[in-house]
Design a protein around this ligand. Structure first.
Ligand code: VGL
Ligand code: ZN
Length: 211
């Protein structure tokens, strides 16, 4: 593809680059920390940067520890549909919930926190897992006049996937930057995610395409 020069209508959406998703964290994504230098370079290229921060209260319903007898990475059925259970992670105000120390987060114009309601998880930066409760990000982007969304971060097969899919469905022109994500990759979920994104017409690009 030809190169893309970020314009005023473009926003870089950096998903969940938090300690708990990096090696040593509570829900580590293999080699998750490797996205940091790539994303820092992207942050320097975009005028507009938005970050998301997974932000759960203690005892959150997505934690296996909140469901006696359930193991992390198993699935349960919630009133809004199936929900994967996770180790306790990204507890509000904890070190695990903080952005990775090396991330140039200070430039962000907006930090959108998600997963703060006890009874519902939120993978997407746009809608909680019931697919109807909005986070407010669509309205924010529209009011600011952004039309293209470039996604990067952790984890590719969960929060990056659902954020990109919702961005595209909300009719933003959406790209995912392939060397700026890492996946949890449970049972082939990274391959399923790539198919799903390209099927929706989301652009899979390299950070080298942006300059
Ligand atoms: C995420 C699982 C649970 C993510 C957040 O950021 O991809 N995954 N909470
Ligand atoms: Zn979470």
């Amino acid at each position: 593809m030809s190169t893309i020069k970020p314009e005023q209508r473009d926003v870089l959406l950096v998903i969940d680059v938090q300690n708990d998703f990096c090696p040593g964290g509570a829900l580590e994504v293999p080699r998750g920390h490797e996205v940091v230098p790539v994303i820092n370079e992207l942050i320097s290229l975009f005028d507009h940067v938005i970050l998301t921060q997974d932000w759960h209260p203690r005892g959150h319903s997505s934690f296996a520890s909140s469901h006696p007898g359930k193991q992390p990475f198993s699935e349960i059925s919630m009133d809004y549909g199936p929900q994967t259970l996770w180790p306790d992670h990204c507890i509000q105000g904890s070190t695990g919930a903080a952005f990775h120390d090396g991330l140039f987060w200070a430039k962000a114009e907006m930090v959108i926190r998600k997963g703060f309601r006890s009874g519902i998880d939120s993978y997407s930066a746009f809608f909680e897992n019931d697919k109807t409760t909005p986070t407010g990000l669509t309205g924010y982007l529209r009011e600011r006049g952004f039309t293209r969304v470039f996604c990067a971060g952790l984890a590719f097969d969960y929060c990056v996937r659902y954020s990109a899919e919702d961005a595209q469905r909300q009719r933003f022109e959406t790209y995912v930057i392939e060397d700026a994500y890492r996946a949890i990759d449970m049972q082939g979920s990274a391959a399923v995610t790539r198919d799903s994104l390209s099927g929706l017409g989301i652009g899979l690009i390299s950070s080298m395409d942006i300059r």
